[in-house]
Design a protein around this ligand. Structure first.
Ligand SMILES: [Zn+2]
Length: 144
């Protein structure tokens, strides 16, 4: 017997932390058993990341081990690590414009380099704080 049903939950996830942010009831109108218990239907930013990215002007750096630059938020090579950095710091570090969704995939190693910056928040090591105090010579190390 199949685990699928003609009803199931549609799950939205935060594109940054991948937590469930919304659920909707899905119903196959032809009563075909096509639905899993939980079905990913799209991305919807969680409250915390919506506030950080759109009100506090952070950019989310999402780590991926993908061999090529991901073209979709559904990148299957996500490592689960991410960091938030201020927009002005992003612009100093990267020569790629900020995307409309304020999310940027980075290769493994970039987040570790960012965490070497001494002003990273002690409360949340994944949250890099205001990096304005760093000298220019430190930027060069980070970009490498
Ligand atoms: Zn989130």
């Amino acid at each position: 017997m199949s685990d699928k049903s003609h009803v199931g939950m549609g799950i939205h996830r935060c594109p940054v932390c991948l937590e469930k942010t919304d659920e909707v009831l899905l119903f196959n109108t032809k009563l075909r058993n096509t639905l899993e218990r939980e079905n990913f239907v799209g991305f919807k930013m969680c409250e915390e990341h919506n506030k950080k990215l759109y009100e506090e002007e952070y950019v989310a750096l999402i780590e991926t081990s993908s061999p090529v630059a991901p073209t979709s938020l559904t990148d299957k090579y996500r490592t689960g690590n991410y960091a938030l950095i201020k927009e002005n710091v992003y612009n100093d570090l990267f020569n790629v414009p900020i995307s409309k969704n304020r999310i940027c995939f980075v290769q493994v190693g970039i987040l570790q380099d960012l965490q070497k910056i001494p002003v990273a928040s002690a409360d949340d090591p994944t949250l890099v704080g205001d990096l304005n105090d760093c000298g220019d010579e430190e930027w060069v190390e980070i970009v490498d």
